[in-house]
Design a protein around this ligand. Structure first.
Ligand code: NAD
Length: 358
């Protein structure tokens, strides 16, 4: 089978011809119909994360071994099953839960494999879906998906699931106003999920009017382009002032930052009201100085969100089956075009999600 693999950071992905593994006990081979091109694939390709102050966290220091086949938003059909697999048949359309843990750490035991101490996630630490077929280590990571459009469903495994976790965290203080920063693959899912499961008025912030137009279509009540007006600069007309004017200068209750770069995190903190809640999700990276007394005096919460657990994945698929949420798919690529897909995402040319159809 063909697979597009990262051989080295920042070098073009290469097409490999690989043996299709024979599935062992409980394992399943899934024929990939579509795989989402996530910004996290881009970080994996770039070799790591910007920690700020000139520091860089290499993915290879976190356990990634190149060559690796990226792709964790996988939808496909069952091609072959090992002994012991029950409840599935060859040909079933399935979504793959990729956030696999090693199974014995406290997080795994509590059902949060996505927060495992030694993660084995597909498309990061094990080969993923930029391939004609993918080996899923256990059938318990599969969910049948009949009655739902398959390409947009791929995104439920990461952008949908991560946004679902983040919105749940942001909803803990029942926000009247919720700001979503970044109207990309995650942010557009976040808007739809927020409108489906919270009572918040959603304010969406991005650098690009085309993305903000889609954000409005997805349900955002207000949109703000920080490329035009600046993010945290002082004076009237900047994003902070604009957001505060929307909520009668009270400040917003919750912010989800799907970018999480210095300028967006600073904006997020500046617009929070007392008892506000900032959920950091994006991995754009960098670092900021924090005014420490503000945090206790305003009793604000700053928390991270990382993907989501299997139970939330199943809940989210049910929500998608009702037609409430649907990823925007704007571009389709072949495996041979994987480098173009990543390059176009890097240049912010993709609206919603691109998918690769192996
Ligand atoms: P994307 O490229 O599809 O979208 C990013 C969006 O942010 C774009 O619309 C872009 O215009 C906007 N943007 C960029 N810089 C901005 C700025 N300074 N101010 C306002 N808007 C800005 O990316 P995505 O797939 O939605 O992923 C977003 C981030 O979340 C990535 O860093 C990705 O790795 C990360 N991520 C985190 C998790 C997690 O579990 N924490 C899971 C998946 C992805």
């Amino acid at each position: 089978m063909k697979a597009a693999r990262i051989v080295e950071a920042n070098k073009p992905l290469e097409i490999f011809e690989l043996e299709i593994p024979d599935p062992k006990e409980n394992q399943v081979i899934v024929k990939v119909k579509a795989v989402g091109v996530c910004h996290s694939d881009l970080h994996l390709w770039e070799g790591g994360y910007d920690l700020g102050d000139g520091s860089f966290m290499k993915v290879t220091d976190r356990g990634v071994k190149y060559p690796v086949t990226p792709g964790h938003e996988i939808v496909g059909s069952i091609a072959k099953m090992g002994i012991g697999v029950t409840g599935f048949s060859e040909g079933d359309d399935v979504l793959v839960y990729p956030w696999i843990g090693e199974g014995t750490c406290p997080a795994c035991k509590a059902g949060n494999e996505n927060l495992c101490d030694s993660p084995k996630s597909l498309g990061v630490f094990q080969d993923g879906g930029y391939a004609e077929q993918v080996l899923v280590p256990h059938f318990k990571y599969l969910v049948k998906v009949s009655g739902i459009d398959l390409e947009p469903a791929a995104s439920l495994a990461c952008s949908g699931l991560t946004a679902y976790t983040a919105v749940k965290k942001a909803n803990m203080n029942s926000p009247e106003y919720l700001v979503i920063i970044g109207a990309g693959g995650l942010g557009l899912m976040g808007i739809q999920i927020a409108k489906a499961i919270t009572n918040a008025k959603v304010i969406c912030v991005d650098l690009d009017d085309k993305k903000l137009d889609i954000a409005k279509k997805m349900g955002a009540d207000f949109v703000i382009n920080t490329n035009v007006i600046g993010s945290v600069t002082t004076g009237s007309g900047n994003a902070v002032q604009k957001i505060l004017s929307i909520c009668d200068n009270k400040g917003v209750d919750s912010v989800i930052d799907f970018v999480n770069a210095p300028q967006t995190a600073k904006t997020g903190i500046a617009i929070l009201r007392k008892r506000g809640n900032l959920v950091l999700v994006g991995l754009f990276g960098g670092s900021i100085d924090l005014s420490l007394v503000t945090i206790p005096l305003k009793a604000i919460t700053i928390q991270g969100a990382y993907t989501g657990n299997y139970n939330d994945f199943v809940e989210l698929i049910e929500l998608a089956k009702k037609g409430t949420i649907k990823q925007v798919i704007s571009e389709r690529y072949s495996l041979n075009q994987s480098n173009d897909a990543l390059e176009n995402l890097k240049q912010r040319k993709i609206i919603g999600r691109a998918v690769i159809n192996p």
